[in-house]
Design a protein around this ligand. Sequence first.
Ligand SMILES: Cc1cc2nc3c(=O)[nH]c(=O)nc-3n(C[C@H](O)[C@H](O)[C@H](O)COP(=O)(O)O)c2cc1C
Length: 74
Amino acid sequence: MEKTQVIYITHSGTTQDVAKAVSEEVIKTGVEAGVLPAEHVKRLTGYSAVVLGAPMIMGWHRRVLKFLRQHKPE
Ligand SMILES: Cc1cc2nc3c(=O)[nH]c(=O)nc-3n(C[C@H](O)[C@H](O)[C@H](O)COP(=O)(O)O)c2cc1C
């Protein structure tokens, strides 16, 4: 079955709420979806789609830039 993984980074919680809302909308289309904070994600394989959400904190949050660098090959 297809699975979308919604991954988020947050500073004060808002992006977590948005990530949950995004996954709920994906589920409504009949596609399985999960939500995880970026620090709990080891690998990006096995998903049909990945959604990454992060806040702007004086530019893109530094943890999202690190996450993208780490997972660039995947
Ligand atoms: C210290 C700080 C810096 C911020 N810098 C930016 C910024 O550069 N650009 C922007 O559009 N928003 C900026 N914001 C607004 C945040 O992106 C916004 O509050 C966001 O919803 C925070 O998401 P979070 O609740 O998931 O941490 C900043 C907020 C804080 C507290």
